[in-house]
Design a protein around this ligand. Structure first.
Ligand SMILES: Nc1ncnc2c1ncn2[C@@H]1O[C@H](COP(=O)(O)OP(=O)(O)O)[C@@H](O)[C@H]1O
Ligand SMILES: [Mg+2]
Length: 383
């Protein structure tokens, strides 16, 4: 079945002035906070950027999300629940505070207060309805980078592809083995718990607007390349309808992540299931776009690493049983991602630290990432 990965993030008109003012007034009334601007307006949530003055004289920014309406509060609650369970995972945006009350204003109840103090979410007391506060990721989303990459016709070096891919695989590990270390937990590299049965959490809205670009210095896994972090769990689910989707949970997440990598390579949205599947090494795969086989488009990407093509082909195998397991993907990806420029032979000049720094500078660091990124690009007129 063809799946168009548009997701829930469509721009649905200007946000309601009252909803914006509630958040603006709330933060501007707090001594250590100031409201900055709206950064997202999706199907069910409004996201804002606020700045906090810290005790050491520094400041930090936060992304704060509230529901658009009473009806959409359940989506935000679902997001809060899952993001809290994923707390402590290095490749999921860090939760700094939540307010997850069910109806009414519970700030005056003992339970509500205890919850807020326990989770260090005092700065959210007084806001009506559920609220989620995240670390603000200054480097923007993959959607913004993708747009600039397409405009500049930049071919991403393989080392960046591998590094991004490893981050996305780590995020899939977090979803399969949620660390459950709570709000504001120090991030740790996601691990596969030996012997544990993986969960079936499916993100449900994996597209580049929901993948944020973090920093480089996390765990020494990225070298000069920034890590990626997942956001937007409002449509996450564990009870996927198996009549419409044969690949729930991890398998679906990996499939979507692979599709996203194909898009980045192709500079366009690749609809893998409507592509003619090709036969590659004796099995059918949806990765035809990057494979050098009859009916495939691999010749269009002459510098693309053969190992990357091969792994994508397996991750997008039509037969689920042929897809590699999460541990196998991680081991294989880490091994390849860890190799330096010299391992790219004739193309090694494209893969040096210097070449990578140039690409990152042009596509990420020199770009204005404070603007709302794809697919929300319309200037807001408050009504
Ligand atoms: N932690 C964050 N840091 C930086 N920007 C963020 C963060 N969270 C969200 N955003 C921005 O806000 C947009 C909307 O947030 P998201 O959670 O995806 O909500 P929606 O349901 O509206 O898609 C994102 O695409 C991103 O540009
Ligand atoms: Mg989103």
């Amino acid at each position: 079945m063809a799946t168009l990965r548009v997701g829930a993030d469509l721009f649905l008109g200007a946000p309601n002035k009252k909803q914006v003012n509630e958040i603006r007034n709330h933060f501007n009334a707090l001594p250590d906070f100031a409201f900055e601007e709206i950064i997202g307006r999706g199907a069910y949530g409004l996201t804002f950027r606020v700045v906090e003055k810290l005790a050491n004289g520094k400041t930090r920014r936060l992304a704060v999300k509230r529901a658009l309406s009473k009806e959409s509060e359940s989506d935000l609650r679902r997001e809060i629940t899952w993001m809290t369970r994923l707390g402590g995972a290095a490749h999921i945006a860090r939760v700094l505070g939540t307010r997850n009350v069910t109806g009414g204003n519970m700030t005056n109840t003992r339970r509500g207060l205890a919850q807020l103090f326990r989770t260090r979410s005092r700065f959210l007391i007084g806001i009506e309805g559920p609220v989620l506060a995240l670390e603000y990721l200054e480097n923007g989303s993959l959607a913004g980078m993708y747009k600039r990459m397409c405009r500049a016709k930049t071919v991403l070096p393989n080392r960046i592809l591998w590094s991004f891919w490893v981050c996305l695989v780590r995020a899939c590990i977090a979803m399969a083995y949620p660390p459950d270390r709570g709000i504001n937990a120090t991030p740790r590299l996601e691990q596969i718990t030996a012997g544990a049965i993986p969960g079936t959490l499916e993100h449900g809205d994996l597209h580049r607007g929901n993948i944020m670009i973090g920093l480089t210095d996390d765990f020494g896994e990225h070298g000069p390349i920034p890590g990626l972090k997942l956001i937007d769990f409002g449509t996450a689910q564990t009870d996927v309808n198996t009549h419409t989707r044969a690949t729930p949970g991890t398998s679906w997440n990996i499939r979507e992540m692979s599709n996203m990598m194909l898009d980045i390579i192709a500079h366009r949205t690749v609809l893998i299931e409507t592509n003619n599947p090709v036969t590659y090494k004796g099995y059918e795969t949806g990765a035809s776009e990057i494979l050098d086989v009859p009916g495939g488009g691999g010749a269009n990407y002459p510098t693309l690493d053969e190992d990357f093509r091969d792994l994508m082909a397996r991750c997008l195998a039509r037969d689920q049983n042929l897809r590699p397991s999460l541990p196998a993907i991680l081991t294989e990806s880490l091994a390849r991602a860890g190799k330096g420029a010299a391992s790219y032979g004739a193309n090694q000049a494209l893969e040096t630290d210097e070449a990578i720094r140039d690409v990152l500078k042009n596509l990420i660091y020199d770009a204005s990432t404070t603007l709302p990124s794809d697919p929300i690009e319309i200037g807001w007129v408050l009504v």
